[in-house]
Design a protein around this ligand. Structure first.
Ligand code: AMP
Ligand code: ZN
Length: 481
C-alpha cells in the first residue's frame, strides 16, 4: 500500500513520491517556535504530529533530514526584550532552552538542524532574496523604508489557502503593515528601523531594519534544503498568511516549485477554542507535569487523535492517556515474564515453527494505518486489539515463549514510531549488589582469580559489571530479556 498524505495545496489525498528518493534524504521543513515565551502544549501538538510523520517515514525505510527554525526576532520577541530590559538574544535564549527541555520531555526526536533567524548567515540570505525579488518586480521599497512583497505580481498567491485576494487582512506580525503599501495584502519582507526596535537592527541596501517573519522561513529553508523540499508542515494557522507568503517569496526567487507536500495539523483546543497565548487559555509542559502527569502521558494524549482533527485538551483526556498506557505496560510486563521464564526453563525446546499455539506473525495493521495519512487512531486501534487478543491467550495459558518474544519484537518495531515505553527504573537485587561488592574487594586485594569468578557468577545471573570512573556499575545483559 502506498503512503498517502492530505496535501493542503491540492486539498486531496496524494500518494507520497519524494523528489529524489535514490539520491538524498526526504527534506522536511517544520516551522518552529517563536521564542518570546515558553511554548504551550498546543504548539507541541504540532511538533508531535511532525515527529510522528518523521518516524513513520523512517519506519518505512526513508532517511529524513528535518529542519526546524527558531524565530528569535519579530514584534513579540522585540517587545518582550524591551519590557524585560534585556538584549534580544539574552531574552530569547531562556525560551530556546525551555523549548529543547520540553521537546525532550515529550520524546520528540531532535531535528537535524535548528537555524535561528538572527544568525548572520540567514540575515545575509534574506537580504539577498529580497534584493532578487525587487529586481524581478516582485517587491518594492515603500516610503516607510520597508520593503513589501507585491502580491498582484504573483498570480498563484492564495492558492495554498484557497483564498480570494479581496479577503486579505493584515498579519499583525510586522507593525504598520497597512501603511505605505500598494495593496492591503502586500506583506513586509524588510521592516525599516524605528525607535521601538531599539538596538535590534541590521544594515541593508534599504537602510537599517529587520526581516519580516515570512522571509525568515524562506531563507532558512532554501539555504539549508535547496530550492525544492519534499514536505513542509505547521499548524493550520500557518497556512495563511505565513506559508502562502513563503511560497510567493521562494518561488519568486527560484522560479521553481518550493514544496511538494504541505501538511498542516488542526489545533489543540480548550473548551472549543484554539489554545493560544493571546487568549490566555494555555498550559505549558511544566504546568502539566506539575499536576503529576508524565511527559510520556502528555505525548500520548497529544498523539492519539488524527492530526487533521481538532483535539480538545482536558484533564479527563490525560487520565485516559494514563489508563491506556497502563494497559500497554501491563501487557509488556506479562509478555516479558512468559518470554523470560520459558526461555530459562526450556532453552532448547523453543522452536518457532513447531511451538504449540504460536501466533501467526502480527499483520502489518499498525504501519498500514499510518501509511494512510497518519491514521493514528487506526494504528492504536490495531495495537489495542492485539493487546486484547494476546491477553486472552495469556489468560488461557496459550501463549508460548516464542510468541511472547515475537510480540515483544513487534512492539519494539512500532515503538520506534510511538516512543511510549515506560522508563524502567532498574532495581538491582541485593544478592547481586553483594556479589559486585565482593568482586570489588577481590580486585582491591589483587585476587584476580576470585574477581573473575565473581564476574562470571554475575554474568550467569543475567547481569554485567562494568568498571566506570565512578566505580563498578551493574547493568542487565542485553540478551537476558
Ligand atoms: P508560533 O510559535 O505561534 O509560531 O507557533 C509554532 C507552531 O505551533 C506553529 O506550527 C503553529 O501553527 C502551531 N500552533 C500554535 N497554536 C496551536 C494550537 N493551539 N494547536 C496546534 N498547533 C498550534
Ligand atoms: Zn515558518
Amino acid at each position: 500500500m502506498p503512503i498517502r498524505f492530505f496535501n493542503t495545496y491540492s486539498r486531496e489525498l496524494e500518494e507520497f513520491e519524494p523528489r529524489d528518493p535514490a539520491a538524498r534524504p526526504i527534506f522536511m521543513y517544520t516551522c518552529g517556535p517563536t521564542v518570546y515565551s515558553r511554548a504551550h502544549i498546543g504548539n507541541f501538538r504540532a511538533y508531535i504530529f511532525e515527529d510522528l510523520l518523521q518516524r513513520q517515514l523512517e519506519l518505512r525505510g526513508y532517511n529524513v533530514h528535518r529542519v526546524m527554525n527558531i524565530t528569535d526576532v519579530d514584534d513579540k520577541t522585540i517587545r518582550g526584550a524591551r519590557e524585560s530590559g534585556v538584549p534580544l538574544q539574552k531574552f530569547t535564549e531562556q525560551f530556546k532552552q525551555a523549548f529543547f527541555e520540553d521537546t525532550d520531555t515529550l520524546r520528540i526526536k531532535r531535528a537535524n538542524e535548528y537555524p535561528a533567524a538572527t544568525d548572520q548567515r540567514y540575515i545575509d540570505r534574506m537580504i539577498e532574496m529580497i534584493a532578487t525579488l525587487i529586481s524581478k518586480g516582485f517587491a518594492y521599497l515603500a516610503d516607510d523604508k520597508s520593503v513589501y512583497f507585491r502580491i498582484n505580481k504573483f498570480p498563484d498567491y492564495g492558492k495554498l489557502a484557497h483564498f480570494d485576494l479581496t479577503q486579505l487582512q493584515s498579519t499583525g506580525r510586522v507593525k504598520h503593515d497597512e501603511y505605505d503599501k500598494e495593496h492591503i495584502g502586500d506583506f513586509a519582507l524588510w521592516k525599516g528601523w524605528d525607535e521601538e526596535d531599539g538596538a535590534v537592527k541590521w544594515d541593508s541596501p534599504w537602510g537599517p531594519g529587520r526581516p519580516g517573519w515570512h522571509i525568515e522561513c524562506s531563507a532558512m529553508a532554501t539555504a539549508l534544503l535547496g530550492d525544492q523540499i519534499d514536505i513542509h508542515c505547521g499548524g493550520v494557522d500557518n497556512i495563511f498568511p505565513h506559508h502562502e507568503a513563503e511560497i510567493a517569496q521562494s518561488e519568486g526567487v527560484t522560479g521553481k516549485k518550493f514544496v511538494r507536500y504541505w501538511l498542516h495539523c488542526a489545533h489543540l483546543l480548550v473548551d472549543g477554542q484554539k489554545m493560544a497565548k493571546s487568549l490566555g487559555n494555555f498550559y505549558t509542559v511544566p504546568n502539566v507535569l506539575a499536576k503529576g502527569y508524565t511527559g510520556r502521558e502528555l505525548r500520548y494524549a497529544l498523539l492519539r487523535v488524527h492530526y487533521r482533527v481538532p483535539l480538545n485538551f482536558t484533564w479527563e483526556g490525560m487520565n485516559e492517556a494514563r489508563e491506556s498506557l497502563g494497559r500497554v505496560d501491563e501487557w509488556l510486563g506479562r509478555l516479558r515474564q512468559i518470554a523470560e521464564k520459558e526461555n530459562v526453563q526450556h532453552p532448547t525446546l523453543i522452536n518457532r515453527e513447531q511451538a504449540p499455539n504460536a501466533r501467526q506473525p502480527i499483520k502489518p495493521g499498525f504501519e498500514n494505518a499510518l501509511d494512510d495519512d497518519l491514521n493514528i487512531s487506526g494504528a492504536l486501534g490495531f495495537l489495542f486489539e492485539t493487546i486484547r487478543e494476546t491477553n486472552r491467550a495469556m489468560d488461557e495459558n496459550k501463549l508460548d515463549a516464542a510468541s511472547a518474544s515475537a510480540c515483544l519484537d513487534w512492539w519494539k518495531r512500532i515503538n520506534t514510531v510511538l516512543d511510549l515505553e515506560a522508563e524502567v527504573e532498574i532495581i538491582v537485587p541485593p544478592e547481586l549488589e553483594q556479589l559486585a561488592k565482593d568482586r570489588e574487594k577481590a580486585r582491591r586485594e589483587k585476587n584476580w582469580k576470585r574477581s573473575d569468578d565473581l564476574r562470571e557468577q554475575i554474568f550467569a545471573l543475567g547481569w554485567e559489571v562494568r568498571d566506570t570512573k565512578d566505580g563498578p556499575k551493574l547493568t542487565r545483559r542485553a540478551s537476558s530479556g
